[in-house]
Structure formats: C-alpha cells, structure tokens
Design a protein around this ligand. Structure first.
Ligand code: ADP
Ligand code: MG
Length: 196
C-alpha cells in the first residue's frame, strides 16, 4: 500500500528539504522501496537536486491528479510560511533545538494535534557539544521525538545536490560519521513506515 507523509513546519530552514531528500534516498538504498517526492515549492530544493540527475528517485512539482503507479512512499516537502495543515495523516516535523525555533514548531504542533495527526518530531541539527541543545533534544526524545545530529555529511551532500546515501561521491561516502547520520535517518523512516 502507498504511504503518504508530509514534511511540515511553517518555519523555514528547519531541514524539511534535507529530510525529504534523505528519507527518500534511504527508502531506496536500505528498504528497496520506490519513493516519490512532491516538492511544494516548484523552484525548491528537491527540484533543484533532481534536475542535477543524481537522485535515485523522482521529484515532481505538484500533487498528481491520478494516483501515481508503482510508488510505495510519497513524501510532500512543504515550503516555509505554509500554515495550512497538510491533508495527510502522518506528519514529519523537523525543528532545530533552540528556543526561538521551538515557538513556531509548538504552535504548528498544537494545530496538528487538534486534528489528530500522527506526528513524528525530528529534533534536527543538534550539536551534542552544546549543553542546551543536547538537553533539549534529550527532553523531546523522552516524549518520542527522533534526533538528527548536525553533521558535515549533509553539507557535502548539499554541495553536490545529492544525499548522504550517495556513495558514488567520495567526499560524501568518506565524510565524518556518515554512517551514524544514515542510521538516524533510517530510524526516522522506520517509524514512518510503521505509522498507520
Ligand atoms: N542535520 C543537519 N546537519 C547539517 N546541516 C543541516 C542539518 N539540517 C539542516 N541543515 C542545513 O540547514 C539548511 C536548511 O535546511 P533545509 O532542508 O533547506 O530547510 P527547510 O527545507 O526547512 O527550509 C540547509 O543548508 C541544510 O543543509
Ligand atoms: Mg525547503
């Protein structure tokens, strides 16, 4: 059965596009699934990466009229400032671990909870060397959130318009703690695939 998830947080720069791309790449390389990204922003990050031609999955610009064939997982990458609650039951909400970023997230989370969404929170870009960030992440983990640490593999992937699962590029493949970051993405995807 095809699963649909929205990656949503009205705040920009929380890692929505990064998560969409890497979850899709993980679905292909670890789970042998066929994902599809719908990039809500037609000039968006995912489209740009897709145009480069190195991705292992398709990215399209809008929700298709007919149900796409042969797709296991649809990931909708939402744009910033989008306060419209997505239609999908499952939401993935990335948030950076700082007080100011939490504000928008909390408002959006409350909105989503009222509508009975299944929410997977990802505390993203966590610098474990910073006590405040580490503690914020741990606190949220205790209530079921996932942690994605800040990592250089994402920077390397971004500069090649690719993902951290791209082993054809040595600067990505050999990047610092790439295995750990991949495991974190895999854990998030496992949770998504388990959701009803
Ligand atoms: N875990 C992370 N480690 C390193 N850089 C990150 C991480 N998460 C996000 N970033 C960086 O932060 C920036 C914003 O991410 P992006 O996915 O474009 O956010 P959004 O789609 O929510 O606006 C990008 O440059 C991205 O590479
Ligand atoms: Mg984006």
């Amino acid at each position: 059965m095809m699963k649909i998830v929205s990656v949503w947080n009205p705040k920009g720069g929380q890692g929505k596009s990064l998560l969409s791309l890497n979850l899709a790449a993980c679905a292909v390389s670890i789970f042998d699934l066929t994902p599809l990204i719908i990039d809500q922003d037609p000039q968006g990050t995912c489209q740009e990466c897709s145009n480069e031609g190195k991705l292992t999955f398709k990215v399209i610009g809008e929700i298709p009229k007919d149900k796409p064939k042969g797709i296991d997982l649809v990931i909708i990458d939402h744009q910033a400032s989008d306060w419209e609650l997505p239609d999908t039951k499952i939401l993935v909400m990335p948030v950076f671990p700082t007080r100011t970023q939490f504000k928008t997230y909390s408002r959006a989370y409350t909105l989503a909870k009222k509508s009975n969404k299944n929410i997977i929170t990802v505390v993203n870009n966590v610098d474990m060397n910073r006590k405040q960030e580490r503690n914020a992440a741990k606190e949220l983990r205790q209530v079921g959130a996932f942690i994605l640490q800040k990592g250089s593999p994402f920077g390397h992937a971004e500069s090649h318009l690719s993902t951290i699962f791209d082993s054809s590029i040595s600067s990505i493949k050999d990047s610092y703690k790439v295995k750990e970051r991949k495991s974190e993405i895999e854990a998030i995807l496992t949770a998504i695939l388990r959701e009803k």
